[in-house]
Design a protein around this ligand. Sequence first.
Ligand code: ADP
Ligand code: ZN
Length: 820
Amino acid sequence: MMKYVDVILPLPLPNTFTYSVPEEWADSVRIGMRVVVPFGKKKMYTAVVYLVHTVMPTVYEAKDIVCLLDNAPILRRPQMKFWEWISSYYQAFLGDVYQAAVPAGLKLESETRVCINPDYEAETVLSEKEEKVLMALSDGKPTTVLELNKVTEMRDVMPTLKALLDKGAVEISEELTDKFRVKTDTFVRMSAEAMQEDNLRKIFDDLGRAKKQLDVLMMYIDLSKCLIPAKYREVSRKELMEKSGASAAVLAGLVERGVLETYLKEIGRLDISDVSTSAVYPLNEFQQVAIKEIEKQFIEKPVVLLHGVTSSGKTEIYIHLINKVLAEGKQVLYLVPEIALTTQLTTRLKRVFGKRLGVYHSKFSDAERVEIWNNVLNDKTYDVIIGVRSSIFLPFRQLGLIIVDEEHESSYKQYDPAPRYHARNAAIVLASMHAAKTLLGTATPAIETYQNAQTGKFGLVELSQRHEDMAMPEILVVDTKEAYRKKQMESHFTDTLLERIAKALQNKEQVILFQNRRGYAPYIECKACAYVPHCKNCDVSLTVHKAFNTLTCHYCGYTEPIPNICPACKMPGTLSTKGFGTEKIEDEIKQIFPDARVSRMDLDTTRSKKSYEKIISDFEQHKVDILIGTQMVSKGLDFERVSLVGILNADNMLNFPDFRAHERAFQLMAQVSGRAGRKNKRGTVILQTSSPEHPIIGQVIRNDYQAMFATQCDERKLFKYPPYFRIIQIVLRHRDSIILNQAAARMAVDLRAVFNNRVLGPNVPAVSRIQNMYIKHILLKFEVEASAEKAKDILRQVTTNLQSEPKFKSLWINLDVDPM
Ligand code: ADP
Ligand code: ZN
């Protein structure tokens, strides 16, 4: 009987697609394996098998799969179930989930080009098929997988290609070089024969006349310590040549003599160097109580919230819990927001878990991600993964615990593209699929989370003692309105703040200055005609970046030079900056404190993982006195010598037009304040604001989370927001604003027919055009008790109806479930 597979394509399509399986793979094909399939006009994709069956499709003729790529599934059983949940809950296509979940390197496509690796030295025997593929590539030109299929007349060129890639004979050309291929390097070692003492002596004698070869050999012995087995390390050909300064010919001479030999070795891109593992710190008395309580609550509750003040040692508690779960032979996923994934944290964990710890960072190359994926899949070394949002998709065998650190962080939510999932909430579902527990940890819980803990849905453990009794920082509020009036301000700094900075510098202490806005200034304005330069693609003003002398759009990246004369009224010298960002703060602080070492940490200075880590380690080693930054400086960093934190402007956080603005302002200020203080000295926070009487400011000063929670809950209940109401945001986009308006109006009418006054809008969002697409929002709010599934079904139907109209063909509709 003919076998068929239903596959998921890496495309935003609503369905799976059926293909027939040729005889040769019929027995081996399984759910979760990858197959190459033709789709559309001559395109090929790496799809994932979703179902294996024998039912011939009736509406269309099934095409054959081109080949089966795997001997074993690359997904595990619970994963497919998890994908389905994500797809259904967040109203995303399975293809979108596949795209987000699987690293690109595992999705080789027909357009991928390969070529012969010029450095390849044939040392292994190749199969007939492999020879055939190499022949086809012998002209040296990069060739697509699709073309290779044709030229070689092999329908199944992919597996052969994969073998050749693994052997290093073939490489993926162009920008895809790093994908897919196992990286190898040529290493050098002494031949077994040469290693025998008698022989070695003879070799030295012989080499007396070949001075250059002798030098290289001595260098090798020195580098590798091959004569002292306990200290032996491998030496690559490259290293040996560099260190000895010898030519390839000299080295080849030694190989010819049979003294040295070369070998290929797979080199990991990941640092799994064997850091010596050390015992964990014993928990202090408060931590001991907390961990006992967590374990007790886990008996009944699948999720527990650890609400512990900053520096209470939550990480230590996690470490102890992880150890226990590992002892049961289960795996642990430790989720962190991207910016908290620093060397500081990973070093601390590596010290305890050594090679068992895998790190999954979004700044890693795709090849590195493939490597971690395979490592987890093949149950190699990692059983603790610390990672960002997308690490929830790794192929875990048996999770015992998921930790979500800084669970309140909004960066756990993926905005774009679909699936627009929330990693904390998805993690809870993932854990339950593994019958595992979830621990949420933070000093400032999300309102939703704390509400769940209040109603008993989650367990709750409070930890209010800082480690070693460090005092909570003293928070001084400075009224900027008054300071302006009394002329006690220099640019954006109050005299109080400047005095404190000077004092801290004098005491050789460090300072953190926080401003929640990057760039030099949010915009420039003409003093004569009030003209403000805007992005030509988006409906936003352009941000000033003085270092590059540019105006840049933070939505689409559009950039232009800062004009000398006003483009509107043509007056020279009238353009002046408005507001201030981190870059301006840096500029001015350097002028005010010319002797201080100043550094800045924001999106613009941390494009690469390296630059980011350098800023942190420089600050850690006190090579920097003042660190200026956006919310990046508030996350999970632990610095010894920070005695002062300055919050330059609380106003823009408080006035942000979003129902979560106050909650976020509290969280940010509490977190950044937590960076101040040392073991035996109380830290200080200077909080600059023009509205010192704002309730949130008072709550921050008193570190009164409960009060903040109570006020916010009252407001949310009143205005029908989470946690009392669910929100689904419908985002409509179109190049033509008139068509967009029609579509949005129609959709609102259709939805009101079902949901009545639970429908809000259509509204024009704060940024109403991005990359030349006009945008409108419709909000659906409904009671948490109502069936979300039903609501989503109706919503889908309305959406599909609308999009099936020819007029609205190029209308984009995104659903964002639980938007942040
Ligand atoms: P949190 O995650 O709650 O902000 P951390 O776990 O980072 O707190 O702890 C703050 C500091 O206190 C860290 O430097 C940590 O090493 C130290 N610390 C916490 N608990 C202990 C302990 N039981 N023994 C030794 N040091 C500890
Ligand atoms: Zn733009």
